[in-house]
Design a binder for this molecule. Structure first.
Ligand SMILES: [Zn+2]
Length: 483
């Protein structure tokens, strides 16, 4: 036996050497190495390789915790594409799903379906108020819920929390959440309080009445004594533009959180431009178009009845057809409301000065609000866009602070234990990227184009992306609150 060998022989460990280690807690990082063994980080510092240890050279690269997507819609697409390349190439290692009110089945079943496809990345879950409301009220949901219905909903929220949900989500611009009263939401949020869950909401209005909607969220959190968070915060109409400071003051004063995606445009159907359903009334469209700054800010990205219209904004389309934009909108709706035909628009409705303030603020974390293979570029570009455009080019915030808001901030708020930080005993979710080149490439015309700059991604101690290529590993876990 060679003396001393057993002490230095750790065949299963791996060393990531010489990168700029940005640990996720907000500091700017230092050159160091990281040793990973069995799925856990065991050492961080000035380390030399052990005998037979595999070594990854990270010289010139940033080594950070894997990113946590605070508002993700990857739960649908993952069933078809478990490798989730569009998420891994953004450096995302945990997608927080069940957003905007969630799904139409118990969370445990949803999580089991995702777990069964063996995804490359981790998933954490919100219990969905909308899905639960539908389970209890069925198709008779266009009204306030009765007391005993709220009690039953509360029991279902409790079951999801017992399973390990990180909190409860609502989507109050959508059916069936739209019909819920503030007091219903307050009573249901009480069900998450014993678990220290988070109430997260796509609030009732993201345009003219955004501030009233934010206030409702604050009241729900206060009365139920839970932490609350505004989903994909935005000021989406001209009457609230340039009021980011007011929104952030409210966030600070009320100790709430928000998440944001780094784009100035939302994507939906053209009907989402106006709250009314009286589409033949020209006045509602005059206001709807004025609210977003004019017809040039509404771009038709999909229109199956006439594909030659796709790609034009409404001002261009008006000139091309010699018609006014409102009659075009009305025709689009007439031809797509029933049957197979479909349409979608990308609407530039936010101000960059507001977005920059949200991106910079310490209580605002990052999200994609994106899906796998979706038609908004945020699904493939959000995190590299923050690091490329807003950190490197515009210097809105430092690299260390941006990474904190992508990692330890969501991990702490959502109770994802042992994640979001690079230190001994932490779970080895790691992203290695080039800070000089990381960039989003997806656009409204090519929304699935992958980002560049993320070289390697490790999930639970296994490489899922190496040199920009997916591996065959399937280490993604269904992460539960506090575990
Ligand atoms: Zn939403």
């Amino acid at each position: 036996m060679i003396l001393g060998l057993p002490l230095i022989f750790f065949p299963s460990s791996l060393l990531i050497q010489g990168g700029l280690v940005v640990d996720g807690l907000g500091g700017e990082g230092r050159i160091a190495s990281i040793r990973v063994k069995n799925r856990v980080i065991v050492e961080v510092g000035n380390l030399t390789p052990l005998l037979q240890e595999s070594v990854i050279d990270a010289t010139g690269m940033v080594v950070s915790p894997g990113f946590i997507d605070a508002h993700s819609h990857a739960a649908g697409g993952i069933l078809k594409e478990p490798s989730a390349l569009s998420q891994l190439t953004q450096g995302i290692t945990t997608a927080v799903v069940g957003q905007d009110g969630g799904w139409d089945q118990p969370l445990e079943k949803e999580a089991a379906e995702i777990g069964a496809v063996k995804p490359s990345l981790n998933f954490a879950f919100f219990s969905g108020h909308g899905g639960i409301r539908r389970q209890v009220m069925g198709s008779d949901y266009k009204r306030a819920a009765r007391d005993e219905e709220i009690d039953r909903m509360s029991g279902l929220v409790d079951a999801d929390m017992k399973w390990g949900a990180v909190g409860m989500s609502s989507g109050l611009e959508y059916d069936p959440g739209y019909y819920s009263t503030t007091s219903e939401l307050m009573r249901l949020a009480k069900a998450i309080a014993p678990y220290k869950g988070v109430y997260i909401s796509h609030v009732r209005d993201e345009a003219d009445s955004a501030f009233t909607a934010f206030s409702e969220l604050v009241e729900i959190g206060k009365s139920s004594r839970v932490t609350s968070q505004i989903s994909h915060i935005k000021l989406g109409s001209s009457s609230v533009w340039n009021r980011a400071d007011d929104a952030l003051k409210m966030i600070d004063k009320c100790n709430i959180y928000a998440d944001v995606y780094p784009y100035l445009y939302w994507q939906s159907t053209i009907a989402a431009l106006v709250p009314s359903r009286d589409w033949e009334d020209r006045k509602i469209w005059e206001k709807g178009l004025a609210d977003v700054g004019g017809p040039h800010n509404v771009r038709l990205t999909k229109y199956t009845p006439d594909r030659s219209w796709e790609g034009y904004n409404l001002e261009e389309l008006g000139k091309k057809l010699g018609r006014d934009p409102i009659s075009i909108i009305q025709e689009i709706l007439r031809k797509t409301t029933d049957g197979e035909a479909s349409q979608s628009v990308v609407v530039t409705a936010m101000q960059e000065s507001d977005l920059v303030k949200f991106i910079r603020h310490p209580r605002v974390m990052f999200c994609s609000d994106g899906s796998i293979g979706g038609s908004h570029p945020r699904g493939a570009g959000s995190f590299p866009r923050v690091l490329g455009r807003y950190v490197r080019e515009m210097k809105v915030l430092s690299l260390g602070e941006a990474i904190r808001k992508m990692t330890s901030l969501p991990a702490t708020v959502f109770g994802l234990k042992g994640r979001g930080v690079l230190r001994p005993q932490a779970i080895a979710d790691i992203c290695i990227f080039n800070a000089n080149t990381i960039t989003d490439r997806a656009t409204p015309d090519a929304p699935k184009t992958l980002s560049v700059g993320v070289r390697d991604v490790m999930v639970n101690g296994e490489w899922v992306l190496r040199d920009g290529q997916v591996t065959t590993a399937t280490p993604g876990q269904m992460v539960k609150r506090g575990k």
